[in-house]
Structure formats: structure tokens, C-alpha cells
Design a protein around this ligand. Structure first.
Ligand code: CP
Ligand code: NVA
Length: 303
């Protein structure tokens, strides 16, 4: 039975812990290479642009001894040129792993159901689980997770969803602050709350960004306009006014709090240059950790 990671909930809190322990170990060793994908091919199917996810997955597959093939947004047309089931069924005959970035989460579910090989979500409209793994790894490295407070300010989107569930599972006190109409959905709140109850953490929705950031150890934001939402950009700019992570907001967090952003950033919208490029920003560590976390995840999947 092949094991897929389509949602962060496909990994238990203990499994996330094990993958991140492994990532930390190989990162500290300075050489995370392995042979888990020796003789195997990983197919990267991307329906949206990418810098970090594409490069880090290609390197992760290569570092584990495998070969990576990349198909760019115009090439496959999941659900347009062919059904997700047909793409999955065919790709599974050639390849040993599929890493897929797509729009609807259902594309991933359908592709995974027909492929017979592990499928990993490289971002959908609903979740970004591999980003969350790298984020939690980064928080571990910058002061730790359990008992500390993470304030996510902005859209209750794919990144927020995966992050809230993963961080709550590590015992963090997660606060999510979004304007009306853009809050984290109820199913994700329940999933994060369930994990928090088991780990000693918590999940709270706090509409006021200043209250949410008050004394927090980590301040996190993401774009207000995700890929595929470009036609809503103007309305979103208006709706999110007051939710910008700027120096004034960060000053309300604990002294030395980390500032995080998955990137790409819309500078001057959800975050200012001053904060993104400032001394509290750990965004490049986050980006680097995509590689370490994903390499550990793939090694774990193919062990
Ligand atoms: N954070 C992230 O997923 O970046 P890319 O869109 O560049 O892959
Ligand atoms: N929420 C953003 C994340 C990009 C990595 C998007 O979906 O475009």
C-alpha cells in the first residue's frame, strides 16, 4: 500500500515529529544524502508557478538517489486535457512518486486514488503541508515549539490551514487573526483543536491582529491574494487593510520574536520591507528548510 501525503492530517503529530527529527539530524550532519530513491523516478506535476517547492523537491529526489522529472503548468492540464484519474494511472506506470501542485484538493485525491504510488501535495488551494513541515522545523530551530505562541495574521488560507494543524500538534498555542469572511474554516479549527488537546497546545481565532500578536513568540503572515485569486486582488486589499505585519505590529510580540512568511511575499501589502528584511525575519531559514523537511519526508516514505 503506498502512503500519500495530501493533507497535513495524513501525518499524525508523532509522524510529523519523527520526520522533523530526521530532517534536523540530516541537516546538522551537513549531508542529508541517502539512497531511498535509488533507481526511482519522482514526477513533479505543477499547475501553478513555483521557485521554492520545485527546486527543493527536485534536489530532495536527486539527493536520495532518484531522478526528478518536472512538468510545468501548461503541460498536463489535470482535469482539462485529461482527468485526474487518467493522469494518476498513467504517471504511476512510469514513476515511483508523484509530487503535485494543483488547484482543487480533489485533483490530488483523485490522482492518488488511481496512481498506485505515493502522491505528495506540493500546494493546493486547500493545503500546503510540506510548507508546514518546514515551518515547524524552523520554529524548532528558533526557540522551540511546545508551549510557545504562534500568531498567524492574514488570510485563513492553504498555508494557515496546514500550519495551524501542524503547530498545534507540536504543543504550540496558535492564534489565527483574519478579517471577517477570511477566517480559518471550521473543519481545520476542529482538526487543530483536536491535536492541541493531545499536545497541550491551543488554537484560538482572534479577529484583532494586535491582540493576536500580543506577546507572541512567532509572527507569521502570507499573501492576501493566493495563486488563482488574482481577479479578487483589489477587494482583498481592501478587506485586509489593518492586517499588515509592520514594525508597529511586531513590536507588540515578545522581544526577539521570529517573523515568518512562506514567500513569495507581496511586499508592502501583507508585510513591509522593513520587517521582511529585518533582524527578526527567519524567512530564508524557512525557505532552506523546505529542502531538509521534504528530503526527510521522502526518505521516510520510501524507507
Ligand atoms: N513557499 C512556496 O511554496 O514557494 P513557491 O511557490 O515558490 O514554491
Ligand atoms: N497562499 C499562497 C502560498 C504560496 C506559496 C498561494 O497559494 O499562492
Amino acid at each position: 500500500m503506498s502512503r500519500s501525503v495530501l493533507s497535513v492530517c495524513d501525518l499524525s503529530a508523532d509522524e510529523i515529529g519523527a520526520v522533523l527529527d530526521r530532517a534536523q539530524h540530516t541537516k546538522n550532519q551537513g549531508d542529508g544524502r541517502g539512497s531511498q530513491l535509488s533507481g526511482k523516478t519522482g514526477l513533479l506535476i505543477f499547475q501553478k508557478p513555483s521557485l521554492r517547492t520545485r527546486v527543493s523537491f527536485e534536489l530532495a529526489v536527486t539527493n536520495l538517489g532518484g531522478r526528478a522529472l518536472y512538468l510545468s503548468p501548461p503541460e498536463v492540464g489535470i482535469g482539462e486535457r485529461e482527468s485526474p484519474e487518467d493522469v494518476g494511472g498513467v504517471a504511476g506506470r512510469y514513476c515511483d512518486l508523484i509530487v503535485c501542485r494543483t488547484f482543487e484538493q480533489s485533483n490530488l485525491d483523485r490522482l492518488a486514488a488511481s496512481s498506485g504510488v505515493p502522491v505528495v501535495n506540493a500546494l493546493s488551494d486547500w493545503e500546503h503541508p510540506c510548507q508546514a513541515l518546514a515551518d515547524v522545523l524552523t520554529i524548532r530551530e528558533h526557540g522551540g515549539t511546545s508551549g510557545r505562541t504562534l500568531a498567524y495574521v492574514g488570510d485563513g488560507n492553504n498555508v494557515a490551514r496546514s500550519l495551524a494543524i501542524a503547530a498545534a500538534g507540536e504543543g504550540m498555542h496558535v492564534r489565527v487573526s483574519s478579517p471577517a469572511g477570511f477566517e480559518l474554516d471550521q473543519a481545520s479549527v476542529s482538526a487543530a483543536t483536536q491535536r492541541a488537546q493531545a499536545s497541550g497546545g491551543s488554537l484560538t481565532l482572534i479577529a484583532d491582529p494586535e491582540e493576536a500578536v500580543d506577546g507572541a513568540d512567532v509572527v507569521y503572515t502570507d499573501t492576501w491574494t493566493s495563486m488563482g485569486q488574482e481577479q479578487e486582488a483589489k477587494q482583498r486589499l481592501e478587506a485586509f487593510a489593518g492586517y499588515q505585519v509592520d514594525a508597529g505590529l511586531v513590536a507588540r510580540a515578545s522581544r526577539g520574536a521570529s517573523v515568518m512568511h512562506c514567500l513569495p511575499a507581496h511586499r508592502g501589502e501583507e508585510i513591509t520591507d522593513e520587517v521582511l528584511d529585518g533582524p527578526q525575519s527567519v524567512v530564508l531559514d524557512q525557505a532552506e528548510n523546505r529542502l531538509h523537511a521534504q528530503q526527510a519526508l521522502l526518505a521516510w516514505l520510501f524507507d
